[in-house]
Ligand binder design. Structure first.
Ligand code: NKO
Length: 213
């Protein structure tokens, strides 16, 4: 179990790697926290540096959630010959806490959208793919990334709870509680976006090339 316990701080430190901040700094020398929405996520990096940087940061932030959540429980099982129940759920949570509250950036991090999707993909790919589909559809209709992210989270929650047999039994309790907690965190992290959407000042994305806003 000591090896299992060690995976949690390691997952936090991996999740805390601010790929959006680093990409903007290395590619253009800009501190992404001072431009656009000020967020270190893929959306803001794409907003400031261009769409291909959205893709790069999205995939890196997704990977830092997915890889630890997928690999650490397997590695622990291999090394010790025992499976630790629900270890993946806690590794997932640790990577997302790392992204949202990174030690390297004085604990001021992102909103946890891409990292949550990556981590949850390793735990429940069906609900995760549904969430991503919900995100894309909502984005096409509303053109608000923030609103689409929250709706994606809601789709994850809905699909997870519809498909699980008993969410409160031993086997699923951790996942059920963490899923609700992550969705709540996702909404809280978007509170400024929610205010802007109500005020009508939240920027929309454009799907056309060479067009402002
Ligand atoms: O700069 O405040 P901003 O406008 O950048 O950014 C708002 C945005 C922040 O998030 C990002 C990451 C974008 C990733 C896009 C793919 C998202 C797929 C959605 C699935 C959501 C699953 C979450 C499950 C939680 C329970 O929002």
């Amino acid at each position: 179990t000591s090896l299992a316990l060690l995976t949690i701080p390691v997952a936090y430190l991996i999740g805390a790697i601010p790929f959006g901040y680093l990409t903007a700094l290395w590619a253009r020398g800009v501190d992404i926290r001072t431009v656009g929405s000020g967020n270190i996520g893929a959306t803001n990096v794409g907003r400031v540096l261009g769409f291909r940087f959205f893709v790069i940061v999205f995939l890196l932030d997704l990977a830092k959630g997915f890889l630890p959540t997928y690999l650490f429980p397997l590695a622990v099982a291999r090394a010790t010959g025992q499976t630790v129940p629900q270890l993946g759920v806690f590794v997932a949570l640790a990577t997302i806490m790392g992204h949202n509250f990174p030690i390297y950036l004085k604990f001021k991090g992102g909103k946890g959208v891409a990292t949550s999707l990556g981590a949850l993909l390793a735990l429940n790919w069906v609900a995760s793919l549904a969430a991503f589909a919900g995100f894309v559809l909502t984005l096409v209709v509303t053109r608000y990334v923030s609103f689409s992210s929250m709706l994606g989270g809601l789709v994850f929650l809905a699909v997870y709870f519809v498909r699980v047999d008993d969410p409160w039994n031993q086997e699923h309790l951790a996942m059920s509680v963490v899923t609700i907690g992550l969705f709540s965190l996702l909404v809280v992290r978007h509170r400024k976006n929610i205010v802007r959407i109500k005020e009508g000042t939240e920027p929309k994305v454009s799907f056309r090339k060479n067009r402002p806003s």
